[in-house]
Write a new protein. Structure first.
Length: 151
């Protein structure tokens, strides 16, 4: 049975799920930083997924990247599956700007994470939910909503 790795549970907010991947928001307001976790047990690498799951992961990741880039007017999207600290397969989708605190370097270990306040978290998640739930199957987890304040 699939269980989210404890480190991801500790560092992120669970937003909802696509057909394959659970969508998380990293609790670091320095960047719009989302993580897609395929809901498959004991998977560490993309090549360990069945062919149809690999294809679905790429569809969901590409879709998410396209939407995040547009929503947040990204200068660049950083997409990575590292797994050095958290072995469970997860794909980072980090919106980057030329003036962000880590540019042009990778975000990992560059600056101290700045946790979201409640309104910041709701605003960022609301922007994403207002777009992604209409075009691809996506289930929003309880507790999240889209209001006029988030758009």
């Amino acid at each position: 049975m699939f269980e989210l790795h404890p480190k991801l549970s500790e560092d992120c907010f669970e937003i909802g799920q696509f057909p394959l991947g659970k969508l998380l928001l990293m609790n670091d307001s320095n960047y719009p930083w989302f993580i897609l976790v395929p809901q498959r047990e004991s998977i560490r690498e993309i090549h360990e997924l069945k062919d149809e799951d690999q294809q679905q992961l790429i569809r969901e990741s590409s879709y998410l990247s396209e939407k995040l880039s547009a929503i947040f007017a990204a200068h660049k999207m950083n997409i990575a599956a590292l797994g050095n600290v958290v072995p469970q397969l997860h794909i980072h989708h980090v919106v980057r700007y030329r003036d962000d605190p880590a540019w042009p370097n990778p975000v990992w270990g560059r600056v101290t994470p700045t946790p979201y306040d409640v309104s910041g978290k709701e605003r960022v998640v609301g922007k994403v939910l207002s777009v992604i739930q209409n075009e691809m199957p996506f289930t929003i987890y309880e507790g999240w909503s889209i209001s006029a304040n988030t758009l």
